[in-house]
Write a protein that binds this ligand. Structure first.
Ligand code: BTN
Length: 263
């Protein structure tokens, strides 16, 4: 716990690490404990700013598909970013994939090589190390995007998680990265990606996503289609995943199905 304490969330450090973006219109809120950082921004984000909400722990952390997100104190990153966009809401769904790429890129700078399990799970050495939850709401006549990132950093045991998981500290010897630094880099990268995404859509990111596509050529089953089995292929420009079922290629959209690896 000593190591962890040295890295408690620290506003000054985070702003310092933001470097040239320090003076950007950030609205940074840090909590010792909160129900969910996504919920906080859905309720209280300032639509005219780029909001960051962080917490040392969450009591009602939410994952995709109504799952609970385990959020023990000091151990991980629980971070949400909230901003408005002029872009069409539907189009922004693929931004969760773009956020996953941003997480990959920030960790790659530290020589941590993750893959992305479509649509937005971050994988390290075949285990889930993080996930993204994108939610949208209309507020003050503007479209607000809230993108939540859960990234396991120091967590070493947690019997409440019902799937294979890992953390950076479990995978990397002598791991000692300051969470504040990772958070600032993520905020920068996501801000940059948002601007690119608004200009060019997912096209600009699709090739890179495909190069990190954990599911590619793996056997999967489609839970919304009577558990049909198929082979995952590439991601399309609209963010859907191609799955070869028999001789047919099905385009799967993340809202429609969950995919389970068959082995
Ligand atoms: C998933 O893989 O199911 C997505 C997990 C997203 C968890 C993060 S933690 C910060 C933010 N607040 C939440 O309640 N959820 C997201």
């Amino acid at each position: 716990m000593e190591d962890v304490k040295q890295n408690t969330l620290n506003e000054e450090k985070i702003l310092n690490f933001l470097g040239i973006y320090q003076d950007f219109d950030w609205e940074l809120s840090i909590f010792d404990e909160i129900e969910s950082t996504n919920d906080y921004l859905l309720n209280f984000a300032n639509v005219d700013k780029f909001n960051i909400c962080l917490a040392e722990c969450q009591t009602k952390g939410r994952g995709r598909n109504l799952k609970e997100w385990q959020s023990p104190k000091y151990e991980n990153i629980y971070m949400s970013l909230g901003f408005s966009t002029e872009n069409e809401l539907n189009r922004f769904n693929a931004f969760s994939l773009v956020t996953a790429l941003a997480v990959h890129d920030v960790l790659a700078i530290e020589d941590i090589n993750t893959e992305i399990k479509w649509p937005n799970d971050i994988y390290l050495n075949n285990k889930k190390v993080g996930g993204i939850l994108l939610e949208t709401i209309t507020k003050d006549e503007k479209t607000l995007i809230v993108v939540g990132i859960g990234l396991n950093i120091y967590m070493k045991d947690n019997s409440k998680i019902d799937r294979e998981w890992t953390s950076l500290a479990l995978e990397i010897e002598d791991f000692n990265l300051d969470r504040n630094k990772i958070i600032s880099k993520l905020a920068n990268e996501i801000l940059f990606s948002k601007k690119e995404f608004e200009k060019e859509g997912f096209d600009r990111f699709a090739k890179k996503f495909n190069s990190l596509n954990y599911l590619k050529n793996k056997e999967v089953s489609l839970t919304n289609f009577d558990c049909e089995k198929g082979t995952a292929l590439d991601i399309n420009l609209d963010g859907t995943l191609n799955v070869k079922v028999g001789e047919r290629i099905k385009k799967i959209s993340s809202g429609e199905v969950s995919l389970y690896l068959t082995d």
